[in-house]
Design a protein around this ligand. Structure first.
Ligand code: SF4
Length: 130
């Protein structure tokens, strides 16, 4: 399961998370599964996903930053055309970001995210588009 905005988070992942447990889980998913095998199947959800599992902000299937995260998901789902319930390979999901987004689109799509100003996600998308 993957929240729509986590497509770009996985593309931009550079090893810095909210907590040691979050970072370990994110490395397992992004480095060892998604990046290791683009055929890895992903299913989109509007609730907590595999990446959220150890997040200190998770509250059951929800999030203590609820409205902000729901808005991130709405914007990314629309931009990538990945509604909840959609299924595809990780490679297809990543290709949607590469084909449909420009790095500066993240200023709008990711507004409110604490990681945006570091520029790592924009840089990662730009590298994939070269
Ligand atoms: S800026 Fe935040 S929400 Fe956007 S891709 Fe990066 S980590 Fe994800």
């Amino acid at each position: 399961m993957l929240r729509p905005h986590h497509v770009m988070c996985a593309i931009g992942w550079a090893g810095h998370g909210y907590s040691p447990a979050f970072t370990r889980n994110m490395n397992d998913i992004v480095e060892h599964r998604l990046r290791a095998d683009p055929e890895t199947p992903v299913a989109f959800t509007s609730g907590a996903d595999s990446i959220c599992a150890p997040c200190p902000h998770r509250r059951g299937a929800g999030c203590d930053m609820g409205g902000k995260i729901a808005a991130l998901d709405r914007r990314h789902a629309e931009a990538l055309d990945v509604p909840p319930g959609a299924r595809m390979s990780w490679g297809d999901a990543q290709s949607r970001a590469i084909d449909r987004l420009q790095p500066d689109d993240l200023d709008r799509l990711c507004a409110g995210c604490q990681w945006l100003d570091y520029g790592l996600c924009k840089a990662a998308l730009a590298r994939l588009q070269k």
